[in-house]
Write a protein that binds this ligand. Sequence first.
Ligand SMILES: NC(=O)c1ccc[n+]([C@@H]2O[C@H](COP(=O)([O-])OP(=O)(O)OC[C@H]3O[C@@H](n4cnc5c(N)ncnc54)[C@H](O)[C@@H]3O)[C@@H](O)[C@H]2O)c1
Ligand SMILES: [Zn+2]
Length: 356
Amino acid sequence: VRTLRVEASNGSYDVHVGRGLLERARELVPVPESAENVALFADENLDTALVGGVLASLRDTGLRVEFMQTTGESAKSVRCAEEMWEWLADKGFHRGDLAVALGGGVVGDLGGFVAATFNRGMPWVVLPTTVLAMVDSSIGGKTGINLPQGKNLVGAFHQPRAVVADIDVLETLPEPAFRTGLAETLKHALISSADFLRRLLDERADIGAREPDTLEAMVADSAAVKVGLVNRDPFERGERAFLNYGHTLAHALESTGGYGVLSHGEAVAIGMMFAAYLAVELGYADRTKEHREALEAFGLPVTGARHDFETVALAMRTDKKYDKGMRFVVLEDIGRPAVVRDVPDDAVERAYEAVR
Ligand SMILES: NC(=O)c1ccc[n+]([C@@H]2O[C@H](COP(=O)([O-])OP(=O)(O)OC[C@H]3O[C@@H](n4cnc5c(N)ncnc54)[C@H](O)[C@@H]3O)[C@@H](O)[C@H]2O)c1
Ligand SMILES: [Zn+2]
């Protein structure tokens, strides 16, 4: 087991990464003194025995444990949040009780948001079950739901009390979701360290085969990149924005392409490739070859943007991260991210054409 420590101004907690951890949920989930009840929100697609094991382990605490299932991006909605708030109220939950989210980024964002808002906020714990959730979404306390107008438009910062990432659950993860998580893992390597990137490439076969020890090290090192950024910048006023590497174009591709056409990971892959070309336009080191090599090694696309530039540029201008002009994260070199503003339109267009 590797344990990382988040020490942010709005909350401190452990992130455990290892094998066989969910069987030990009772020991690793810190139950607050104040809790009489535990609400377990679980993804519907998880193995029944696994969910049963977590339930049993939580019941060993002697507290009453109630259980609710949900799944899918469409669950990150006001309607589902409302159902969960009312369910908690019906079951007699209080501010001192504990919520536990067992699932990928969807269940984490939704369950965390419900925990952030029910009774003005109750403690919560995340048990991430996708690579993306383990290395990215479960860490840092961003919770939220979507609106028809856009993704993640309603939410709250609410740090969990612990993150327990059990590598064994990744065995049943469908391949597209696995690959999306790898795109974020590559993102963490690209923005933090050429050595980390090299190691991922060296271990590509074991990673692809989901060799558990390799995945454990990969997840822990990737999560550590996020923990470091969250510790330094919990409310995303500065360098936490580096985590948006590749995401300005990715979100535009996802929203213009129709959801489901490109997975998030594929869109992020194309977005990072675009950012590598943009860096060249801006006079930084040419790392397009390194990007292409890394993305292709993990079966991720490096081209495939389909729309004309005008459509995509419009979508990028309406991005949530828009801040008095388009912003992009580019790499001055591998491991050296920077936020750039006021990028000339023709430079953006040339970089875009390179990934079309
Ligand atoms: N809060 C943040 O900081 C943050 C960061 C990045 C992404 N996100 C959010 O995360 C979400 C995406 O998360 P995701 O990629 O984990 O998707 P997801 O939660 O939808 O999970 C992907 C698919 O895998 C299934 N699944 C999950 N774990 C499984 C397992 N162990 N075995 C079998 N099936 C399993 C799910 O049912 C789903 O069909 C998006 O909504 C995104 O906005 C949030
Ligand atoms: Zn992402």
